[in-house]
Design a protein around this ligand. Structure first.
Ligand code: BGC
Length: 394
């Protein structure tokens, strides 16, 4: 009886040892699985203080980096990309977006360097539009027209930020609540813009918004690229391709006339890759009105949704940028109004055409042009649109 009790205890001890070793294994495994993703992610995100705005708001800078060598700096003031460093074909890292090195300079008047644009990217004629019975009046901050959301648009707001890290990506999630009638727009617009740097050298910009009153929305990103990395050069030596059979001719105030004009046989034909400088000085009424390219192209393949729509290539450095979006239009702006007054690196200034923008968006002045795809957002709907900038060399 005693013997059998001993055997019983020995068996029980052995069993509990086996169980506890198994449990320990399981725990170790779980611990491994629970290791914060930051430590195993191929993309990192860190933050630092970027200063305080004149009205006392703290601004943070986020720094994202992937293993492919892309480094992006974004500040919560205007959700602005302040730097985007990419390797050239020989691996030399350079910043390829125009920017400043301090917050005070971003707060001074500047043409939306690196900024998120809202509520309405591009122009609304005479700063007026109507919805139903209501006529809404916006600031006329560009001649008689309203441009890029008004006097204090999304580019000048300090956004709330949080971060998320996945195995192959890191995201900066920016939110901003634009109050009913802010800059004249109806509805409380709750906006989220998520920048995601991926392991494959793409930077996604995902825009989402909801409203509590019918309103108009057209969000975009206003980075000025110069893929040479040398901002003392113009962008005329870049080769650009835009997948669009038609573009929107404009009037003297850069408001679309409503016509969709075929690019065929015009300087606006970028269906095959073409040097920006090739036709920009042609004697052409539309180029004169824009002071160069400053027009919205009507993108092909709109029914396909998200697709590649444009690219830019800088042969000397081999840097190549691809733009994909689900938007129907893209404003190709060749920095015609940069005039050598804003400070650039190395004690220099940003000269005319030292950067270009490829702003994915709905067409300018859509709230006043019924034929254009609608920009109306109703309560209960979610505005969602995505643009991806992919940086490569070839
Ligand atoms: C517009 C230009 C304008 C620039 C800076 C661009 O999106 O198309 O006309 O000068 O933004 O404001």
């Amino acid at each position: 009886m005693k013997k059998s009790t001993n055997i019983y205890y020995t068996c029980a001890l052995l069993l509990s040892l086996v169980v506890s070793v198994n449990c320990k294994d399981k725990k170790d495994k779980e611990m491994k699985e629970e290791t914060p993703k930051e430590n195993i992610s191929k993309v990192s995100i860190t933050e630092s203080n970027y200063g305080t705005t004149q009205d006392g708001k703290k601004v943070t800078q986020f720094f994202m980096k992937n293993e492919g060598g892309i480094e992006v700096d974004i500040i919560t003031y205007g959700g602005r990309i302040t730097s985007l460093r990419t390797p050239d074909k020989d691996g030399n890292m350079q910043n390829v977006v125009l920017g400043f090195d301090n917050l005070a300079q971003y707060e001074k008047d500047n043409p939306y360097f690196g900024a998120l644009i809202g509520r309405y990217g591009n122009r609304i004629a005479k700063g007026k539009f109507s919805m139903g019975e209501e006529v809404y009046t916006l600031a006329q901050n560009n001649g008689e027209n309203s441009l890029h959301g008004g006097i204090k648009g999304f580019d000048k707001q300090v956004w709330e930020a949080k971060t998320e890290v996945g195995e192959n990506s890191a995201s900066l999630i920016l939110t901003y609540l634009s109050k009913d009638m802010e800059e004249g727009f109806p509805g409380n617009l709750s906006t989220t813009v998520t920048y995601t740097l991926n392991d494959d050298n793409s930077l996604d910009v995902l825009y989402e918004a909801t409203t509590d009153k019918a309103t108009v929305v057209n969000l975009t990103q206003h980075a000025y690229f110069n893929l040479s990395g040398d901002f003392s050069r113009t962008i005329l030596d870049h080769v650009v391709e835009i997948d669009a059979d038609t573009f929107l001719p404009v009037d003297g105030g850069l408001i679309p006339t409503g016509e969709l004009r075929p690019v065929e046989g015009t300087p606006f034909d970028f269906r095959e890759p073409k040097l920006v400088g090739q036709d920009i000085s042609e004697d052409n009424e539309q180029l004169q009105l824009g002071g160069g390219y400053d027009h919205c192209w009507v993108l092909n393949g709109q029914q396909e949704g998200f697709r590649k729509v444009a690219s830019a290539y800088h042969p000397a450095t081999g840097r190549y940028l691809e733009v994909s979006t689900d938007e129907p239009g893209i404003q190709f702006y060749t920095g015609n109004f940069l005039d050598g007054t804003l400070p650039a690196p190395n004690n220099s200034t940003y000269a005319k055409r030292s950067g270009f923008c490829l702003e994915t968006q709905h067409y300018p002045d859509s709230p006043n042009q019924e034929e254009f795809p609608s920009v109306v957002l109703n309560p209960g709907e979610t505005y969602t649109t995505k643009t991806t900038f992919t940086l490569m060399t070839k």
